[in-house]
Design a protein around this ligand. Structure first.
Ligand SMILES: *Cc1c(COP(=O)(O)O)cnc(C)c1O
Length: 358
């Protein structure tokens, strides 16, 4: 138990929905837990910290985030400790608190003190502890977010904001290997833009290209750099990694490139790979290099990396209308995923303080 120092008002629900949830069959993102954490920013400071029953927000039609998009979010997961089911393990939440503030600064929002994020999360999960699933392959998905709340149609940074954390039990995410398409027409972001920030608008920009690719039978896009359309950036809400001749190559994020979201899962994977004695290279990687490696049989496998999927192997990559199949017998992605999830769930010892216990 950590020392909690903030004054957080608690109002518990009288109508828990917990008993109505089938934890063996949880559709992603539809069922929210009983409570939410909320804080308001006004008069230059964060105030009225509270855990209250999950409910709608009341918003003016002129709410500025609806018009001008000052809206950011985070995503992370909590698990039951495999050694002690009474304990909840949250994976690297301090990293999400830091990244939320990186996003906030990019679109002129106030930052939120890390202790408000952490103590808000801690208090919320203590109250909704029973919502953390105990079934295999499941977790509690945690969604912190912040949006502008001024009721004002003028174009300027809002003076008021709401920060909230909601949570939703989640079952297994994608199961089969993904078929990808290299995207050279649309861009999700560009140098100088907001690609490194988890800003709502980035995801709006990616919906149409993803829909068009789905109509052609692809699961995800592999975005290329907006300027030369030559280098691979990332895929959906995943960073990507290519195992070429046993070296793990992944595109650089900030401070080298500001077009790629710096995945916390990827930071973790890099440390795990290095610990396993694997060679990792964070560098630009072109579509041509990947296709050549596939043709020459030097691409052992490739996978996407992010909180939702953890690690998702790729089945094929399409470029210029040709589908290139990746080796179907690449078992290393699963091995890595098992190790990763083993640490998240407390099955494998966490030697680096990655899991935050509640
Ligand atoms: C959230 C996200 C990721 C994955 O980041 P994690 O911290 O690993 O969850 C990767 N790319 C984009 C565009 C994202 O929004």
């Amino acid at each position: 138990m950590k020392d909690l120092t903030l004054d957080i008002r608690i109002e518990k629900t009288e109508n828990s929905r917990l008993s109505t949830v089938d934890f063996n069959n949880i559709p992603f993102g539809k069922t929210m837990s009983d409570h939410m954490f909320v804080a308001d920013y006004r008069d230059g400071k964060w105030q009225d910290l509270r855990v209250v029953p999950y409910d709608s927000f009341q918003l003016s039609p002129a709410t500025s985030s609806l018009h001008y998009g000052q809206s950011i979010f985070e995503g992370l997961k909590a698990f039951r400790n495999a050694q002690n089911a009474e304990e909840v393990l949250v994976f690297r939440p301090e990293e999400n608190a830091k990244r939320l503030n990186v996003s906030a600064e990019r679109i002129c929002m106030p930052t939120i003190p890390e202790e408000i994020f952490m103590e808000g999360l801690h208090t919320l999960l203590e109250i909704d502890r029973e919502w953390v699933p105990n079934t295999p392959d499941s977790s509690l998905y945690i969604r912190p977010f912040m949006f502008a709340t001024d009721s004002f149609l003028g174009m300027r940074p809002s003076e008021t904001y709401t920060f909230a954390i909601i949570t939703a039990p989640a079952g297994k995410y994608y199961s089969k290997a993904l078929r990808l398409k290299v995207e050279k027409e649309f861009a999700r972001t560009a140098p100088g833009g907001t690609g490194f920030a988890k800003v709502a608008g980035n995801y709006a920009a990616s919906l149409l290209p993803a829909k068009l690719a789905a109509e052609q039978g692809y699961d995800q896009l592999l975005y290329t750099d907006a300027k030369e359309r030559k280098y691979i950036e990332e895929s959906g809400t995943m960073n990507v990694m290519f195992d070429i001749d046993g070296t793990f190559v992944t595109s650089p994020t900030i401070p080298v490139e500001d077009t790629i979201l710096r995945s916390i899962t990827r930071l973790t994977v890099i440390e795990l790979l290095e610990e396993m004695g694997k060679k990792v290279e964070e560098r630009h990687i072109s579509v041509e290099e990947v296709i050549t490696a596939i043709k020459e049989g030097r691409l052992n496998g490739a996978f996407g990396i992010g909180t939702a999927v953890t690690i998702a192997p790729f089945a094929s990559i399409a470029d210029e209308g040709i589908d290139y199949e990746l080796p179907a017998d690449y078992t290393f992605a699963q091995e890595l995923k098992d190790k990763f999830q083993g640490i998240q769930k407390g099955e494998i010892e966490d030697t680096r303080g990655w899991t935050y216990k509640i």
